[in-house]
Design a binder for this molecule. Structure first.
Ligand SMILES: [Zn+2]
Length: 378
């Protein structure tokens, strides 16, 4: 298999897993947060900066690269690693989520999805075989089966039909996959918020003995307690010695709680997207740096952070750059937010090692949210 998961230990206090994932481009410490590089770049960050902040793996989007520049171009460049000058592990999604969320006039059939490009209006098609062709050309270490992510809320009949089709699509992906020795194909557990559908989906995926398992269809607008409930009954059904990836989740509280519920990998555009809007995550909680109260604040963004931004610049300067729409401001806030989440996961791994993740969670929640029970989505 292209990847191998090594379970190092389980936290005695919380049950969270500390592990290592060995891939063709290196080893990843888990639980891990994966910065998102949608268009073959983590917006405004260079690969050198990502390495400096200890990013171990990044994610890129199949749908976006299929539209532009086209997977053939990336293949000609020698694959995504070479094209974007990133020699560490990469994960690509299947394109399914973006086809459903970004494109217009989509039409789903058993064959796949036809849609119009959100860029050019051109009529395009992606099905399981096409999703594999694109991802085989991109050449990421970990690739995803083509799936449909049902919205929330959704009727049971719809979710059931969709989940069953996603399973048939997975089997077609397995057949179409051309590079199983150097690209690990993960299946995606769906089933919406329906326990029996999730259980059925997980059970059928596990029978296929895949190199890893993703949990999709969460963080789509449902309350957090429902997401945790779904994770609570889904992750125990997945094999202990395979990696588990929770898709599209990256708020600090959910990274910690997800780890407690047995997740090894997370990704989310949140830290980079909010950074460009001037919102930052700090050891004292969230700071909206464009607020007037920071105009004359000449202290670091986060006094406890040792990242490039916090070592060299003040809140007043960051506020000025963001207000003036300066690219450098976006770079500095993005750098800090990614560094913050990567450090948070480092602390989570340390707490698992010391069997004290529940204690860490409580301390973190009080400092960051002012409460151990945040209702905010952030
Ligand atoms: Zn910082």
């Amino acid at each position: 298999m292209a990847v191998r998961y090594e379970l190092i230990k389980e936290c005695k206090q919380s049950g969270a897993r500390l592990g290592r994932l060995h891939t063709p481009h290196g080893t990843i410490d888990t639980p891990i947060f994966m910065p998102v590089g949608t268009q073959a770049t983590v917006k405004t960050m260079s690969p050198e900066e990502l390495k400096e902040m200890h990013a171990q793996i990044i994610l890129s989007n199949t749908y976006h690269l299929f539209l532009r520049p086209g997977h053939e171009v990336v293949k000609e460049a020698g694959g995504l690693h070479s094209f974007m000058n990133w020699d560490r592990p990469i994960l690509t999604d299947s394109g399914g989520f973006q086809v459903f969320s970004l494109s217009q006039l989509r039409n789903i059939t058993e064959e796949g999805v036809s849609f119009r490009s959100h860029l050019s209006g051109e009529k395009l098609f992606i099905g399981p075989e096409k999703a594999m062709e694109i991802q085989n050309a991109l050449g990421a270490d970990i690739i995803m089966a083509f799936d449909e992510c049902p919205p929330y809320p959704a009727e049971r009949e719809y979710v059931q039909a969709s989940t069953e089709r996603t399973y048939r699509w997975l089997k077609r992906c397995i057949d179409a996959h051309q590079r199983p020795n150097d690209q690990a194909l993960f299946g995606i557990v769906q089933g919406g918020m329906y326990q029996d559908l999730r259980e059925e989906s997980a059970k059928k995926l596990v029978e296929l003995d895949l190199p890893g398992y993703s949990i999709g269809g969460l963080s789509v607008g449902e309350p957090k307690d429902i997401m945790y409930e779904v994770l609570g009954y889904t992750t125990p059904l997945l094999p202990k010695h395979k990696p588990r990836y929770l898709m599209g989740v990256g708020s600090p509280d959910a990274l910690i709680q997800g780890s407690i519920l047995g997740i090894d990998m997370f990704d989310c555009v949140l830290p980079t997207r909010i950074a460009r809007n001037g919102t930052t995550m700090t050891s004292q909680g969230r700071i909206v740096i464009r607020n007037a109260k920071y105009a004359r604040d000449f202290t670091p963004l986060d006094p406890e952070c040792d990242c490039y931004t916090c070592r060299n610049y003040t809140r007043a300067y960051l506020r000025h750059l963001i207000k003036a729409d300066e690219t450098f401001g976006l770079r500095l806030t993005t750098y800090h937010n990614l560094h913050f989440l990567l450090q948070l996961m480092q602390q989570v791994r340390q707490a698992i090692l010391e069997d004290r993740l529940l204690d860490f969670q409580e301390e973190f929640m009080v400092r960051y949210y002012g409460s151990t029970n945040p209702v905010t989505a952030f």
